[in-house]
Design a protein around this ligand. Structure first.
Ligand SMILES: NC(=O)c1ccc[n+]([C@@H]2O[C@H](COP(=O)([O-])OP(=O)(O)OC[C@H]3O[C@@H](n4cnc5c(N)ncnc54)[C@H](O)[C@@H]3O)[C@@H](O)[C@H]2O)c1
Length: 356
C-alpha cells in the first residue's frame, strides 16, 4: 500500500507523516509520498523532512518520495491536508480567517488536485480529506471522482472529541465510550446523545449518567449553549486570562466543549495539528483494516441518510473500497431537527462557494 500526503510540509501533514511511520502502517517496500508545491517553501523543505524522517525512523521507514505537482501524486490512499488554515489574531483574538473564508482560498487548490486525480489516477484511490471547510472539499472531490471513495475526517474527529468529553464528565476512559457527532464540522455540529454507549453501564445507568452531565438541556438548546459559551470564553481570552478561559472550559457541558475546545486551543496560540493527525491516521487504519466498520465522517450524500443531498458528516460503513453506504442510525426528533437544519445551511454554503 502507498500513501500520499498533500500538504506534507504543513503542521498537520508533518504530524500525519510521523504518525504513519510510528504506527508502522507502511512496510519497508511501501511508499509514503510527500506532496508540496513547486512554488512554495515545501519545494525544498520536503527533501530535508525526508532526511529527518530517515534519521529518526531508519529501521521502520517506508520508501519516501517527494512530489511537487498534482499530476505526480500516486498512491492508494491520498490524504488531502494542504491549504490555508485558521489562526487566531493575537491582538483581536478573532479566528482569522473564518472556516467559511477558507473555502474561497482552498477551492482552486482542491480542484487542481481532484482534476489531476481523475486524469492520472488508477481509479481505486481513497481520498481522505482534512482541509477545511471539509464539507466543501469533499464535495469538490466527489463531483469529479468516485464519491464513494472520498471521505472527510471532520465528523470522525468530532466524534473522538465527543467521546473524550463524555468520558471525562462521567469518569471513565475514552475507550469505554461509544458515541457519534455528525453534521457540519463547525457550528452545525450535531452531538448524538442517543448514540452514547458506555461499556459496563446498563441502559438505565447510561441514561442516569447522561442526565447528570446534561441536566435538562435538549438537542435544540445546543446551538444557543455553544454561542453563549463561545462569547464568554472569547471575552475572557481578550482580557488575556487564558488560564481562566481553560478553567471555564472545564465547567462547560461535554458536547459544548467539543466545539469550544479547538477554538480555545487556537486562541492560546497553539494548533490542533496533533489531534487532527491522530484522527486522520486512526481513520486510515480503520479504512485499510479490511473489515466493515461504522464511523462518522463527511461524504457526499445523494439521499442515503435522512433524504439529504449534500456533503455533510453522517454515520457510514467504511472498508477498503471506501464508504459502502450510510448507516441507518436512529436519532431523537431533536437530533434530527438539528441535523436537517445543518444540512440545509451546508448545502446553501456549498452552492454559494461553487458559484464564486
Ligand atoms: N478537518 C479537521 O478536523 C481539521 C483540523 C485542523 C485543521 N484542518 C485543516 O487542515 C488544513 C491544513 O492545516 P495546517 O494547520 O497543516 O496548515 P499549514 O499552513 O501548517 O499547512 C498547509 C500546507 O499546505 C501547503 N500547500 C498550500 N498550497 C499547496 C498546494 N497547492 N500544493 C501542495 N501543498 C500546498 C502549504 O505549503 C503548507 O505546507 C487547513 O485547511 C486546516 O483548516 C482540518
Amino acid at each position: 500500500m502507498d500513501i500520499a500526503i498533500i500538504g506534507a510540509n504543513g503542521s498537520i501533514g508533518r504530524q500525519i507523516a510521523i504518525r504513519i511511520i510510528m504506527e508502522r502502517l507502511l512496510g519497508a517496500t511501501d511508499r509514503l509520498q510527500l506532496v508540496g508545491r513547486r512554488d512554495g517553501r515545501s519545494a525544498a523543505a520536503l527533501y530535508g523532512f525526508c532526511q529527518d524522517l530517515k534519521d529518526a525512523f531508519s529501521e521502520n521507514c517506508p520508501l519516501l518520495d517527494v512530489a511537487l505537482e498534482p499530476e505526480d501524486v500516486v498512491a492508494d490512499i491520498v490524504i488531502m491536508a494542504a491549504g490555508a488554515t485558521i489562526h487566531s489574531d493575537q491582538d483581536t483574538k478573532a479566528a482569522m480567517p473564518s472556516r467559511d473564508d477558507l473555502a474561497i482560498v482552498n477551492r482552486a487548490l482542491a480542484i487542481r488536485y481532484a482534476d489531476a486525480l481523475c486524469r492520472y489516477g488508477h481509479g481505486h484511490e481513497i481520498v481522505v480529506v482534512v482541509t477545511n471547510p471539509v464539507e466543501f472539499l469533499v464535495d469538490i472531490f466527489s463531483a469529479r471522482y468516485d464519491r464513494k471513495r472520498v471521505i472527510g475526517i471532520g465528523a470522525y474527529q468530532d466524534s473522538l472529541r465527543f467521546r473524550r468529553e463524555v468520558a471525562r464528565s462521567i469518569n471513565v476512559s475514552r475507550q469505554a465510550v461509544r458515541a457519534m457527532a455528525i453534521g457540519e464540522h463547525g457550528d452545525g455540529l450535531v452531538p448524538l446523545w442517543s448514540s452514547v454507549i458506555v461499556q459496563g453501564f446498563s441502559d438505565s445507568e447510561t441514561r442516569r449518567a447522561i442526565h447528570a452531565v446534561r441536566g435538562g438541556r435538549v438537542s435544540t438548546d445546543y446551538p444557543g449553549s455553544v454561542g453563549a459559551a463561545r462569547a464568554q470564553v472569547i471575552q475572557i481570552v481578550r482580557e488575556g486570562r487564558i488560564r481562566e478561559a481553560f478553567a471555564l472550559f472545564d465547567t462547560l457541558a461535554p458536547d459544548v466543549r467539543v466545539v469550544i475546545g479547538p477554538f480555545l486551543t487556537l486562541f492560546s496560540g497553539a494548533k490542533t495539528d496533533v489531534a487532527t493527525a491522530n484522527a486522520t491516521v486512526d481513520l486510515v487504519c480503520t479504512i485499510v483494516g479490511g473489515r466493515d466498520s461504522v464511523v462518522a465522517a463527511q461524504v457526499q450524500l445523494r439521499g442515503e441518510f435522512e433524504g439529504v443531498h449534500t456533503s455533510i458528516g453522517v454515520p457510514i460503513i467504511v472498508n477498503t473500497k471506501g464508504w459502502e453506504s450510510a448507516y441507518p442510525l436512529s436519532m431523537t426528533d431533536g437530533e434530527r431537527q438539528l441535523f436537517l437544519a445543518a444540512a440545509v445551511r451546508v448545502q446553501e454554503k456549498i452552492q454559494t462557494w461553487t458559484r464564486i
